[in-house]
Design a protein around this ligand. Structure first.
Ligand SMILES: Cc1cc2nc3c(=O)[nH]c(=O)nc-3n(C[C@H](O)[C@H](O)[C@H](O)COP(=O)(O)OP(=O)(O)OC[C@H]3O[C@@H](n4cnc5c(N)ncnc54)[C@H](O)[C@@H]3O)c2cc1C
Ligand code: FES
Length: 263
C-alpha cells in the first residue's frame, strides 16, 4: 500500500565514506519486502518529490526498516544528518519486489540455488533478499562488487550465504566486476537476482543466457507512484493496460525478469 507516513529515526551510522546506514521505526515495515523501496522526503519544501531508497532490511518484529544509501546530492546529504528520534516523512512501501516463492520453485529444480549479484549501491537490497531466501530454505550464494576495500555490508551476507567479493581496484577478492568473480570462482546457479549500475545489469542479462535472471532497475524516478511516466523502460511484450511496449519501473518494477525488458 502506498501511503505517506511519519517514521522515527532509531539510529544512523556511517559504514564507509559517503555510505550511511539508517534505521527507521515505521508502520511501512509491516508490508515491506526484498526489492521494494520507500520514498524519503527532504525538509526542503521546494523539493516536492521523495528520494527512492531500497529496503536493505526489515526488523524481525516488523517495526523498523533499514536503508543503506550513498550521498549523491542534496537530498541524501540532508538524510546523512538525521539523528536518533528525528522524524522523517516516508512514502511506501513502493514497487514490486522479488517473488520468493517463484525463486524457491526455480531453484528447487536445479539444485544450484539462487545467485545474488550486487554492485555498489545495488548491494543493500540484496541483503534483505539473502535473508528472506535463507528463511524460505533456498540455497543462496552471492557475489558483491565494490570499487575498493570499503566492503560495506559484506560481513552480513556471510550470515546468510556463501559470499564472494570483487573489487575494481583488486584490493579485495577478484579484481574486476561481479561476473569476473563468478567465472573466477566457477560459481554454479539456477537463477540470478541482481541490482547495480545499468552496464552491470546488461552484462548479467547476456551472461545468464537461458537461465532466469531478475534485475532491479534503480534508474532515476520522479513521482514513484506510476503517475508521471518519468521512469519507463522498454519491454518485450505489450502492456495490457497502456497497449505499448513500456513498463513503469516504479510500479511494475523495480524488479523485472531480465528477458522482459530492453536495457
Ligand atoms: C528504486 C530505487 C531504489 C534506490 N535505492 C537506493 C539505495 O538503496 N541506496 C542508494 O544509495 N541509492 C538508491 N537509489 C538512488 C537514489 O534514489 C538517488 O541517489 C537519490 O535519489 C539522489 O538524491 P539526491 O537528492 O541526493 O541527489 P540529486 O541532487 O537528485 O542527484 C545527485 C546525483 O545523483 C544522481 N542520481 C539521482 N538519482 C539517481 C538514481 N536513481 N540512480 C543513479 N544516480 C542518481 C544524479 O544524476 C546526480 O548526478 C535508488 C533509486 C531508485 C530509483
Ligand atoms: S516515477 Fe512517475 S511513473 Fe514512475
Amino acid at each position: 500500500m502506498k501511503k505517506k507516513t511519519t517514521g522515527k529515526v532509531i539510529s544512523q551510522k556511517c559504514l564507509a565514506p559517503g555510505i550511511y546506514d539508517l534505521v527507521i521505526e515505521t508502520e511501512i515495515a509491516k508490508e515491506a519486502g526484498a526489492g521494494q523501496f520507500v520514498g524519503v522526503y527532504t525538509k526542503d519544501s521546494s523539493a516536492l518529490l521523495p528520494r527512492p531508497i531500497s529496503i536493505c532490511g526489515v526488523s524481525d518484529d516488523k517495526k523498523s526498516i533499514r536503508l543503506v544509501y550513498r550521498v549523491a546530492g542534496k537530498g541524501t546529504a540532508e538524510f546523512s544528518g538525521l539523528k536518533e528520534n528525528d522524524e522523517v516523512t516516508l512514502l511506501g512501501v513502493l514497487g514490486n519486489g522479488y517473488d520468493i516463492e517463484a525463486l524457491k520453485k526455480i531453484s528447487s529444480g536445479g539444485g544450484n540455488g539462487v545467485l545474488l549479484l550486487g554492485g555498489g549501491i545495488g548491494i543493500p537490497p540484496m541483503l534483505e533478499l539473502a535473508k528472506e531466501l535463507k528463511a524460505a530454505g533456498v540455497k543462496v550464494s552471492s557475489v558483491m562488487g565494490y570499487r575498493d576495500d570499503k566492503t560495506f555490508l559484506l560481513e552480513e551476507f556471510k550470515g546468510f550465504c556463501d559470499t564472494y567479493v570483487a573489487s575494481e581496484d583488486g584490493s579485495v577478492g577478484t579484481k574486476g566486476n561481479v561476473l569476473d568473480a563468478v567465472r573466477d570462482k566457477g560459481i554454479s546457479f539456477d537463477c540470478i537476482c541482481a541490482c547495480g549500475p545499468l552496464p552491470m545489469l546488461r552484462a548479467i542479462k547476456e551472461f545468464a543466457g537461458d537461465k532466469p535472471a531478475f534485475i532491479s532497475l534503480e534508474e532515476r524516478m520522479a513521482c514513484g507512484v506510476g503517475a508521471c511516466l518519468g521512469c519507463v523502460v522498454k519491454t518485450k511484450d505489450i502492456d495490457h493496460h497502456s497497449h505499448v511496449n513500456n513498463a513503469r519501473i516504479c510500479t511494475d518494477g523495480p524488479v523485472f525478469a531480465a528477458s522482459e525488458v530492453e536495457i
